[in-house]
Write a protein that binds this ligand. Structure first.
Ligand code: SF4
Ligand code: SF4
Length: 357
């Protein structure tokens, strides 16, 4: 079996990076603020880790509530130009006030972006969102039609997502990436899929692995075997050398010898360090990938900035994660127990990328 642990040179880099990360933790500058503006969705994807449905039984957060937090509890403490506000869901485009939300956020000086499945991104909607200051978009695109439509459970989802991608890649001055949740079925077809993306002019592609929570928990068709996981990382490594399209693996987890070879930087979980989220029910947490209860407060009870400043201890000091599989792991000093989204409500690790290798 190939060595999975990082070599000496990489360990020196990891040690240096750990010091930089510690400085970032101490600084605790808010740089990304997610607003989970809805849990409604126009799809019901098989791999969805969130609770979104056509009718999730949870009302969208009124825009005014989010703006109040921005105005009273964020803007006085930050330079808005340095904080990226990202609208996430559910599917953000089901909100018909998204343009107004974007315009209000932009009027306050914040750059803003969104994560979308692309299904409802018509040219008219895209133009209106750009006019409202949209600066960045991530579009989900999980593979060839049979794979994407199977996962998304909608026969039109592939065509619509591709239409959305075509709009986005042609747009000057817009930051974007295409994001792919890689299933076992896609691993042998990644080279061909990269060719398709290249032909469409895509320059930025981020790959995820599907984490077994939510609807994906009991669906074996979505997972990669350990060998496929390694193959995917090898594919990313090869693609990065080839150029033409910037390919990277998502933050997700520590990868040992693959560190810096499948991403531009060493692994880090920025949740709660420089990333905060306001969930649809007002809960204040780290990043929106976290499904467990790491909520540190709620905008309807607490002052956001006070929570960010004083209650984010579990995000900033991960010693609590040194238990179970992580207790004696020699990589803990670099990994700190993996991404926060990999833990359950009790803080137990659900999944270790490094040990899969
Ligand atoms: S066991 Fe824990 S500390 Fe070790 S690599 Fe896995 S997640 Fe990281
Ligand atoms: S919680 Fe997970 S997805 Fe979020 S920043 Fe950390 S590693 Fe990345």
């Amino acid at each position: 079996m190939a060595r999975r642990s990082p070599g000496l040179r990489k360990r020196i880099g990891l040690d240096l990076f750990s010091k930089l990360y510690a400085a970032e933790v101490a600084e605790h500058e808010l740089r990304t603020l997610f607003w989970e503006c809805t849990l409604r969705c126009n799809l019901a994807c098989r791999h969805c880790g969130s609770d979104c449905r056509v009718d999730p039984g949870v009302a969208d957060m009124p825009l005014e509530d989010f703006l109040r937090v921005l105005d009273e509890e964020v803007t006085p403490h930050v330079d808005p130009r340095r904080v990226l506000v990202i609208f996430s869901g559910g599917e953000v485009l089901v909100r018909d006030d998204l343009e107004r939300a974007g315009a209000e956020v932009a009027r306050r000086g914040y750059p803003w972006g969104m994560v979308t499945n692309g299904l409802a991104l018509t040219p008219e909607r895209f133009r209106a969102l750009r006019d409202a200051g949209l600066r960045s978009v991530s579009v989900s695109f999980d593979g060839f039609p049979e794979v994407h439509n199977y996962i998304r459970r909608n026969p039109h989802s592939y065509d619509r997502a591709l239409d959305a991608i075509r709009l986005i890649v042609r747009e000057e001055g817009l930051a974007y990436d295409v994001i792919t949740c890689v299933t076992g079925a896609m691993v042998p077809r990644l080279e061909a899929f990269r060719e398709l993306l290249l032909a469409e002019g895509v320059k930025h592609w981020r790959l995820f692995s599907i984490f077994p929570v939510g609807r994906a928990k009991n669906d074996g068709t979505l997972r990669m075997s350990d060998a496929q996981f390694r193959d995917m990382l090898e594919f990313i490594r090869r693609s990065r050398r080839l150029g033409g399209i910037e390919v990277s693996y998502a933050c997700e987890g520590f990868l040992g010898r693959y560190e810096t070879e499948v991403r531009d930087h060493f692994y880090q979980c920025a949740a709660g360090v420089s990333v905060a989220s306001i969930r649809v029910d007002g809960a204040i947490s780290g990043c929106t990938s976290i499904r467990a209860n790491f909520h540190q407060g709620n905008i309807y009870r607490d002052r956001f900035w006070e929570v960010w400043q004083n209650r984010f201890g579990p995000f900033r000091d991960r010693e609590w994660a040194r238990k179970g599989e992580c207790a004696d792991c020699e990589m803990f000093r670099y990994c700190l127990g993996g991404g926060m989204h990999l833990h359950d409500d009790e803080g137990n690790l659900l999944y270790c990328h490094y040990h899969r290798l």
